[in-house]
Design a protein around this ligand. Structure first.
Ligand SMILES: O=C(O)CCC(=O)C(=O)O
Ligand SMILES: [Fe+2]
Length: 355
């Protein structure tokens, strides 16, 4: 039988602890390094910051204009005055750090590989390896479905540290309010009914939380923490490490560094689902994560998607005779499968849906 062990990558944390040089599957090829400039450039302006309290309470025109500009220029922004307590963000980060510090055998109880061979989306591990020549990312993840709540697979929710489950539950309740406030503000920018976007997310809509752990990497000049991608869901709420930077966004051919902020930053970015729903008006930016030779980095992303049983396509209110649909319709669950295929090849699924 052919040796298929390449399908089961090691924990990167384990590799980082034992190796001097990353194995070849992690190294970017010469071609990929051309013009890649992993060091990235400084952003020409500070990360746009939207006062969410002001925006949602009074639809403050200045904040709304900032949001419009951030969405059109970058596809991401920071939110302040968002109602999430620092102590809760602290607890989530600490619980996440404590989880990744557990012994490997303990973490493997939540593995995303079933029966030693079959990959599932949820659980602890790395991305699925689909082909032998796929570039691997220098990160380990814990990926959990949070909503619909009755579909939580609690067997994959860590019991250590003890606070993990409660913290995640509480955190995602708060994060949902932030997401809804942003969706309302975006709907107003598009001159849609205030709840038009919020209503796209039924009680069967998917929410995932992903805990990303990036161990120090001996070759930050050749290895990425996460390869370039656009998030597939509609909106991402990202809690970033307050000490270590690493996230970069691509704009007009240049990779820009998002600096670490000493207080926790909640960064919001548009995903491909939103790009399709708004018929291409708000675009899901391409981003990646670079590695650091000395420091580990953590982030926690919450992804908001649609009900997998419905169709994804531009919403009817966005279409006119002059602005016909730019994307084909597709069942959400097929779209998510197609995304994984494209992601493993470093491509964007949205490009395959253009009419
Ligand atoms: O770690 C980060 O800052 C970003 C992570 C990310 O892009 C993702 O999980 O999709
Ligand atoms: Fe992402």
């Amino acid at each position: 039988m052919a040796d298929e062990s390449w399908r089961l990558p090691n924990s990167v944390q384990q590799l980082a602890a034992n190796m001097q040089e990353p194995p070849s599957q992690y190294l970017l090829r010469e071609q990929e390094l051309l013009g890649a400039n992993l060091a990235g450039a400084e952003m020409p302006e500070p990360v746009p910051t939207i006062d969410l309290g002001l925006l949602s309470a009074s639809n403050d025109p200045e904040e709304a204009a900032k949001l419009r500009s951030a969405l059109q220029t970058w596809g991401f922004f920071q939110v302040s005055n968002h109602g999430m307590e620092t102590s809760l963000m602290d607890s989530v980060m600490t619980a996440s750090r404590d989880f990744f510090r557990l012994p490997l055998e303990e973490k493997r109880k939540y593995s995303n590989i079933i029966g030693g061979k079959h990959f599932q989306m949820e659980g602890y591990g790395t991305d699925q390896v689909k082909t032998q020549d796929q570039r691997l990312d220098w990160s380990d993840r814990l990926h959990l479905k949070v909503e619909p709540e009755d579909e939580r697979n609690l067997a994959l929710w860590p019991i250590h540290p003890k606070s993990f489950r409660d913290d995640l539950h509480e955190y995602t309740l708060r994060s949902k309010r932030i997401k809804d406030d942003i969706l309302r503000a975006m709907a107003k920018l598009l001159e849609l009914d205030e709840d038009c976007l919020v209503n796209q997310f039924s009680d069967r809509a998917l929410t995932y939380a992903r805990f990303n752990y990036y161990p120090p990497c001996p070759r930050p000049d050749l290895v990425l923490g996460i390869k370039p991608h656009s998030d597939v869901y509609a909106l991402t709420v990202l809690l970033m490490d307050k000490d270590v930077a690493g996230l970069q966004f691509l704009r007009d051919g240049t990779w820009y560094n998002v600096p670490a902020a000493s207080n926790y930053t909640l960064l919001i970015n548009v995903g491909v689902t939103m790009e399709i729903m708004t018929n291409g008006i708000f675009k899901g930016p391409v981003h990646r994560v670079v590695t650091n030779s000395e420091k580990e980095r953590m982030s926690v992303a919450v992804f908001y998607g649609l009900d997998p049983e419905r169709e994804i396509g531009p919403i009817a209110q966005m279409l006119t005779e002059d602005q016909p649909a730019r994307y084909r319709k597709m069942k959400v669950k097929d779209f998510l499968v197609a995304h994984l295929e494209h992601f493993s090849r470093g491509e964007r699924v949205v490009d395959s849906l253009r009419i």
